[in-house]
Design a protein around this ligand. Structure first.
Ligand code: KDG
Ligand code: MG
Length: 405
């Protein structure tokens, strides 16, 4: 008789920032973990799992991964959206974890096996002023990174996405029951961005891959101008130039620049991006295991993208827990069209709460050979860090109009 799921648990822990973890246990005593963290909306997805999904899982055969995915997706009637897809994604990753542990195989071997020896990683560097930014990027290269995202302050503004004026680590969510308010002026940013990034390129030379995230803040026309202005900098990509609800907007950007475009960290399903992919309007799709329905659905996104020569580059900030980050590293090892994995890094407490087999070394990530996803949860330690409300900021134009953060 096949194994059955006998218990479910949703664990929220905050070792420096909040994470939501789904734990499934089978009658044979096998435990699978899935990440369901949605930054700033953690309790919504925890309730979705506890109140609406967990009761449906009891008694199910954990090896029926695709059937369970379809059951939760089609069976909800209300499809897609970040909360639903993160919940389904957590179940999916937990089931892949159980599957791997049952067979004694690391996840990447179940996904077709390794297509590469190591997975290229990029990390973040930031500084308010350009000379300090050049040093910060150089320091990342000294840590072995071959690809670095560079974010900088903008003269005339007091806050900018991706940069803290004083802190060494950038963490956008702030503690408290309401979001912080930041300011935004696209004109000031557009005047400064080409100069700042050109200075970084001059400083580091031609070989280091440089990336930059505009974080959904430009109109299509502004984005096209920025892409053009940055062509001499030879970016690996320019990310999220414009909010992608209007996918046709990317056509205008595309027609005016050869700077590679990356988009999709807020996408939840293949339906959010199929026009971008089939129209070849982007070069990299940034959907994440956790927010796009787990390994099973992200794999489908990647297969569609492969046909159109669009490459995968999954989102990997500190708000993607080490569980789904680990699943992403396994997928990155096995999916032919994954180009690079974002690795923002974690606070030491996070590494302790989630002991993991994946590792970073010399600019690359390795999934390790532990069965399943290879990430545990130290529940005793996790309970020492209870949920602590925190929100992503909102942004306003200088005249007070709310704009995209
Ligand atoms: O929760 C929001 C962050 O994950 C996001 O702001 C990070 O844009 C981001 C990136 O590229 O890592
Ligand atoms: Mg981003």
């Amino acid at each position: 008789m096949s194994d059955r799921i006998v218990s479910t648990d949703v664990i929220i822990t905050s070792p420096g920032r909040n994470y939501v973890t789904l734990k499934l246990t089978t009658a044979d005593g096998i435990v699978g973990y899935g990440d369901a963290t949605v930054n700033g909306r953690e309790l919504a997805v925890a309730s979705y799992l506890r109140d609406h999904v967990a009761p449906l899982l009891i008694g199910r055969d954990p090896s029926r991964i695709e059937d369970t995915w379809q059951y939760l997706y089609r069976g909800a009637y209300w499809r897609r959206g970040p909360i639903t897809m993160a919940a389904i994604g957590a179940v999916d990753v937990a089931l892949w974890d159980i599957h791997g542990k049952t067979l004694g195989a690391p996840l990447y071997k179940l996904l077709g096996g390794a297509v590469r020896d190591r997975l290229l990683a990029y990390t973040h560097a930031f500084a308010w002023e350009t000379p300090a930014l050049c040093e910060a990027v150089e320091a990342r290269r000294e840590q072995g990174f071959r690809a670095v995202r560079a974010q900088f302050g903008v003269p005339g503004l007091t806050t900018v996405y991706g940069v803290h004026k004083d802190a060494e680590q950038y963490e956008p969510a702030t503690r408290g029951v309401a979001p912080a308010e930041e300011e935004w002026d696209p004109a000031a940013y557009l005047r400064h961005a080409p100069t700042a990034l050109a200075a970084v390129r001059d400083h580091v030379g031609p070989e280091l891959e440089l990336l930059h995230d505009a974080h959904h803040r430009l109109t299509p026309q502004q984005a096209a101008r920025l892409g053009q202005a940055l062509e001499p900098v030879d970016l690996y990509w320019l990310e999220d130039v414009t909010p992608a609800e209007n996918q046709d907007a990317l056509r205008l950007v595309r027609e005016h620049t050869t700077t590679p475009l990356a988009i999709g960290e807020v996408f939840n399903s293949v339906y959010d991006l199929h026009h971008l992919v089939t129209g070849q309007l982007i070069d990299f799709v940034r959907a994440a295991v956790v927010h796009a329905g787990g390994v099973s659905h992200l794999r489908k996104i990647l297969h569609l993208a492969e046909v159109y020569q669009v490459r995968g580059a999954p989102h990997g900030p500190s708000d993607v827990s080490p569980v789904s980050f680990g699943a992403s590293v396994h997928l990155g090892m096995a999916a032919h069209n994954i180009a690079i994995q974002e690795y923002m890094g974690y606070d030491e407490r996070v590494h302790e709460v989630f002991p993991h087999a994946w590792s970073y070394r010399d600019g690359h990530l390795y999934p390790g050979d532990a069965p399943g996803v290879g990430v545990d949860l130290d529940e005793r330690l996790a309970s020492k860090y209870p949920y602590d409300p925190a929100y992503l900021p909102v942004a306003r134009r200088l005249d007070g109009t709310l704009t995209d953060w």
